[in-house]
Write a protein that binds this ligand. Structure first.
Ligand code: AMP
Length: 187
């Protein structure tokens, strides 16, 4: 099972990724966690992306694409994964498709957890992470709508988009999500 999870900051992606990983027994790969790890370890990539991540700006495609390509080639994710926070731009999505084609793999669905912007803001401000100051959160929400929302169209055209109502409790989102994936499986 290979899934991409899309949603603005505070959409509840992390929680649902954990549920999906458990349900399908595959590892989760969080682009944001990998970047924060690289920053903490002060790797070359970590040093070059730190200021962007701190400001809530998107890391350049040319840095992100090889970074994720390396991660997706590792053995622990050979049999499937749930990707959280990647792709975030149309170019990343295209490159992911090329990468998977080349590896004889394919994406099953892009799951969009839909939450209205005002609710994203309310939830994100409650998290208290260093990159969660209000101006940064507002910027991340704006970037989501500008850069990532076009991916919805991209995946819809490929009949891979699964839209889930994220404006409900985490349990209700989980139920809807697993139900929809299960239902799609029986088709
Ligand atoms: P996240 O934890 O997914 O919200 O990501 C935290 C930060 O990492 C984002 O605000 C971006 O600065 C950066 N980031 C994560 N994923 C990507 C991506 N796919 N493309 C560009 N930047 C990213």
């Amino acid at each position: 099972m290979r899934l991409v999870i899309l949603g603005g900051p505070g959409a509840g992606k992390g929680t649902q990724v954990a549920n999906l990983c458990e349900a399908f027994a595959v590892p989760g790969i969080s682009a944001g966690d990998l970047l924060r790890e690289a920053i903490a370890q002060k790797t070359e990539l970590g040093r070059s992306v730190k200021s962007k991540v701190d400001r809530g700006e998107l890391v350049e495609d040319q840095d992100m694409i090889p970074f994720m390509r390396d991660r997706l080639h590792q053995k622990d994710v050979a049999n499937g994964w749930v990707l959280d926070g990647y792709p975030r731009t149309a170019f990343q999505a295209e490159e992911l498709e090329f990468l998977l084609d080349g590896m004889n793999q394919s994406l099953r669905y892009a799951v969009y957890i839909e939450v209205p912007p005002e609710e994203l803001l309310r939830r994100s401000l409650g998290r208290g992470r260093s990159d969660d100051a209000e101006a940064v959160v507002q910027r991340r929400i704006k970037l989501f709508h500008e850069c990532t929302a076009p991916l919805l169209e991209y995946y819809a055209m490929r009949l891979k988009l699964l839209k889930i109502n994220g404006n409900q409790s985490a349990e209700a989102v989980e139920e809807e999500l697993l139900g929809r994936l299960g239902a799609q499986y029986r088709v």
